[in-house]
Write a protein that binds this ligand. Structure first.
Ligand SMILES: [Fe+2]
Length: 310
């Protein structure tokens, strides 16, 4: 659990944040069939540079039985997502056996579509991908109450306090399945290297002793590397900086109902502002199995610090 506490005071910046015009962080692609993707060096480079690949016409269609499950009370109390793990185990869902079976089939079908898309677009990744549970998110984003650190309505890059990943990438496929045409609205921020250059001078130094202590106390599931430390520091520095949230280069993007999008969420600054009913698949990839490993946060942070971080 993340402790509830007030955000520290906003940091000050030496220069205005918007001085440099930002390249569009969204690449819009015309694809209407989950099995119809192909590899493209240009899209791949954009994705690995931290851009969001947006497929406005790539809908994940639902059967009438599945559409009946587009309601927030299919969630168990105090649960944010329904998930299906690699063993086919459904978690987080309320309802009888019939409801559970329909949900499991729906989420499983999304996993197959998401994997099909990634396999066709990014064939070099395939042998190295590690597949995380697939989720269905029926809760409304804007009604959530959270501590600043857990509040994903603030721009951030994904980094997890208890699960060090040693530079392994977090690739995510999303589909908005809202039945009323409501978009899922994100803010998408500046390139990762700009985030790192902005905040690295302010972050706390890595302490191997503290990392060992966190492991001993089982706060972390394995030893927190310097990479994991820096990613968490960037995550917290971004979220806790009110001025950065307002003034950082960013674009608000309403991902339409009936669309899909893909990004590396450990690299693309994102804030989830509103929306309800989404499918999501996370895939993990070792940074050295990218088309361009030098574009990874691990390589960027290594270059900027001059240190080996894992
Ligand atoms: Fe996130």
């Amino acid at each position: 659990m993340i402790p509830l506490q007030a955000p520290p005071a906003a940091r000050t910046h030496n220069s205005r944040m918007q001085d440099k015009p930002m390249q569009d962080p969204i690449v819009t692609l015309d694809l209407a069939d989950w099995k119809g993707a192909r590899h493209d060096a240009h899209w791949t480079a954009a994705l690995e540079a931290g851009k969001v690949l947006y497929f406005p016409n790539l809908a994940f269609p639902l059967s009438p039985q599945e559409q009946a499950l587009l309601r927030p009370d299919v969630l168990l109390p105090d649960v944010r997502n329904i998930s299906l793990d690699a063993q086919g185990q459904l978690k987080g869902a309320a309802g009888d056996a019939q409801v559970q079976a329909t949900l499991a089939a729906m989420v499983g079908r999304f996993r197959a579509d998401a994997l099909g898309l990634i396999h066709a677009m990014l064939p070099q990744y395939v042998p190295a991908l590690r597949i995380a549970p697939t989720s269905y998110r029926p809760a409304q984003v804007e009604s959530r109450q959270q501590s600043w650190r857990a509040d994903d309505r603030r721009l951030h890059v994904d980094a997890f306090p208890s699960r060090p990943n040693y530079g392994e990438r977090i690739l995510r496929v999303f589909a908005n399945v809202n039945p009323a045409g409501v978009p899922r609205t994100w803010r998408v921020g500046e390139p990762f290297e700009d985030v790192a250059r902005r905040f690295l001078p302010t972050v706390k130094r890595y302490s191997p002793l503290q990392a060992r202590l966190l492991r001993m106390l089982r706060v972390t599931k394995s030893l927190r590397s310097e990479y994991d430390h820096l990613m968490l520091q960037l995550h917290d520095a971004m979220k806790s900086d009110a001025r950065y949230q307002q003034e950082a280069p960013q674009r608000t993007v309403p991902f339409a109902a009936g669309s899909a999008w893909v990004c590396f969420s450990d690299q693309t600054p994102h804030a989830v502002m509103s929306g309800q009913f989404m499918m999501e698949q996370t895939l993990h990839l070792p940074a050295d199995r990218q088309y361009n490993p030098q574009a990874s946060p691990l390589a960027i942070l290594g270059r900027l610090t001059g240190r080996t971080l894992v």
